[in-house]
Design a protein around this ligand. Sequence first.
Ligand code: AR6
Length: 172
Amino acid sequence: MTTTRTPRIELGHGDITQMRVDAVVNAAKSSLLGGGGVDGAIHRAGGPTILAECRELRAGRFPDGLPVGRAVATGAGDLPARWVIHTVGPVYGHGPAGSLADCYRSSLAVADELGARSVAFPLISAGAYGWPREDAIRIALTTLAETPSEVTVATLVLFDAETHALAERLRG
Ligand code: AR6
């Protein structure tokens, strides 16, 4: 039976790679082969096994890369988490409407497949991909709160103090 439960939302502050959760979400690029921002931080802190698994995914399920709005899991290498869930956010102003919300929904769906109960999310698309922070925060909080999932705690991790304070205000 599909669940009707929704995650409890928490706000976190700082480096997502240090979170003691079952799964950490990566704001990846479609190639899955690493990059800057949170993606670079996850691969640096997690070590080479994450990239090796990403290369396997490219050789197998996703020869053309992971589409925007979709999500896929790997192990988490040396991170405290067990899994990394990679999702590709839309570049602001491009891509189909709703694809940023799709990232949060598909990441929760993958977390359910894994049996992850605690998941930490970065503010997807709000860095290199240019999404305005306030809108990105609203979409993240609304989507996480409304998506049925067996995940009990979804933590939205804001990297800097100003963005964290903005998220606190928007959550009310
Ligand atoms: N922990 C938590 N949040 C972080 C961290 C961290 N260690 N580092 C950055 N952020 P971005 P995007 C925040 O650019 O916009 C990459 O090169 C950051 O302040 O990481 O989805 C990929 O390879 C911002 O609020 O992701 C892709 O090519 C948020 O994470 C592309 O950038 C997202 O910023 C993806 O761009």
